[in-house]
Design a protein around this ligand. Structure first.
Ligand SMILES: [Cu+2]
Length: 475
């Protein structure tokens, strides 16, 4: 218990590793696969399998795949549930709970038919369990604390064992004090690759996975508020917010797959630019071909997974983002009134004498907030930011870029930098003559009928206040 406590207080991934080694006895260590930890938030190269049946491995955005050991034909994994420090964007770290040094936990990749044994060690200050969302497992392996197993107490290790029966994309997360543990970042992806060519699962050149998750962290704070039910302020992919989310780098002509699982408390319409995709699978399995149609946005509802496939045939830097515009923004530090159309600069100076931190939305929109140097508390992601080749991208949260390049080598996931547009193919400023549009010739244009032209400009509103003795006129 004392080691758990210390681990909790230190929080760091390195501390987690040290404590994991110190608190498991030598006898237990001989039987347990050595846990593997990851401390950087970088996108790790795909983990090419060196034992068992082969497959084309996935790439976890700002994440990694958990190595396994083969023990008499069983794939053994070791997950350690523990407090972690996650860099959500450069300059902004969060104190979360996760697995093996990161939130989300590592992706687990197996092959249909594999017998899998997962050791789960609990280094959290409270009990936990793991549910294998979407999978066919024996009921006793389903991970629902209290229903199918006792909760895993702090310091204890449980074993889950089952056969990965059907190919697909699944998630894992606790089924014990879920509201706290998922609000703190405990979740991960599970891929079961088909064991042979599958009529409904096409082979692809690139296969990306990420989880949609959300946090409520006050600007300047490090720890999520766990009682939040709907009003989250950080909309993340794999516990990263733009500009902290890596780009998806592909070779022109590649067949690309993206798998997205939603473990937030709301839906996310995920939208791609410049390409059409088809939804080729859900957590229920591959979609029948007759039920696929081209789309550019697909809604991923709460607790769902969507697998999309497309041919990346158009070179360029193509945005990929949630279409809820407040999900492509990071936390706002203030309750800010909308002041569009109000010239307020003098007013703000007056208010600032009284309230130094007072801030208003720009009087012509919020775009200037993407570039404005606002006084931010330490450890805060800018509300909208991310430098592009033409200025601020004015995005945060659930936003990234699919970079399609002709000269990207096969299997190379390196960031190729910004797209160099062929000359004459960018939108440009018009500097020629601007004739007055004809509609200004008649005041009111087409929207106001000619008969109303002489209507009084001021409209008097009469408000009768309840309980008041006489009618009052107000303008
Ligand atoms: Cu969203």
């Amino acid at each position: 218990m004392t080691t758990n406590r210390r681990n909790f207080l230190l929080g760091g991934a390195t501390a987690g590793a040290a404590v994991a080694a110190a608190s498991v006895s030598k006898v237990a260590l001989a039987a347990l696969p050595e846990p593997v930890f990851q401390t950087t938030p970088n996108t790790m190269p795909p983990l090419v399998p060196n034992t068992g049946r082969g497959y084309n491995p996935v790439v976890t955005l700002n994440g990694w795949t958990l190595p396994w050991r083969m023990n008499s034909g069983v794939k053994e994994f070791h997950l350690v549930a523990e407090p972690v420090v996650r860099e959500m964007a450069p300059g902004f770290k969060a104190h979360l709970w996760g697995y093996n040094g990161q939130s989300p936990g590592p992706t687990i990749e197996v092959v249909e038919g594999d017998r899998v044994r997962i050791f789960v060690t609990n280094k959290l200050p409270e009990h936990t369990s793991i549910h294998w969302h979407g999978q066919r497992v024996p009921n006793g392996m389903d991970g629902v604390a209290g229903l199918t197993q006792p909760a895993i107490k702090p310091g204890k290790t449980f074993v889950y064992e089952f056969v990965a029966r059907r190919p697909g994309t699944f998630m894992y997360h606790p089924h014990a004090d879920e509201m706290t543990q998922m609000a703190m970042g405990m979740m991960g992806f599970w891929i079961t690759h088909p064991k042979a060519r599958h009529p409904l699962i096409d082979e692809v050149d690139r296969d990306f996975v990420f989880l949609l998750n959300a946090y409520d962290i006050e600007p300047g704070a490090y720890t999520p508020k766990i009682m939040t039910m709907l009003d989250f302020n950080l909309w993340s992919w794999n516990s990263r917010v733009f500009p902290g989310i890596d780009s998806l780098n592909v070779r022109q002509g590649d067949k690309v797959r993206i798998r997205m699982g939603n473990l937030t408390m709301t839906n996310h319409p995920i939208h791609i630019h410049g390409h059409e995709f088809v939804v080729t699978g859900t957590d229920g399995g591959p979609t029948p071909r007759s039920a696929r149609w081209p789309e550019v946005t697909t809604d991923v509802a709460v607790g769902q997974m969507r697998q999309i496939d497309f041919i990346a045939d158009a070179e360029g830097d193509w945005a990929l983002h949630c279409h809820k515009s407040h999900h492509t923004m990071n936390a706002m530090g203030h309750e800010v009134p909308t002041m569009i159309g109000v010239e307020h600069h003098g007013v703000v100076q007056e208010i600032n004498k009284l309230i130094p931190d007072y801030m208003v939305m720009g009087d012509s929109g919020m775009a200037d907030m993407g570039e404005m140097e606002m006084p931010l508390p330490d450890n805060t992601a800018r509300m909208m930011g991310g430098e592009g080749p033409f200025g601020s991208v004015e995005m945060g949260g659930m936003f990234s870029v699919v970079k399609v390049r002709r000269d990207q080598a096969r299997g190379d996931y390196k960031d190729p930098g910004w797209y160099r547009h062929p000359p004459g193919t960018n939108a440009f400023e018009w500097t020629g003559a601007m004739p007055e549009p004809a509609r200004f010739a008649s005041e009111g244009g087409q929207s106001m009928p000619a008969s109303r032209r002489n209507a009084p400009k001021e409209i008097e509103v009469q408000i009768r206040k309840p309980g008041a003795g006489s009618a009052q006129h107000q303008h």
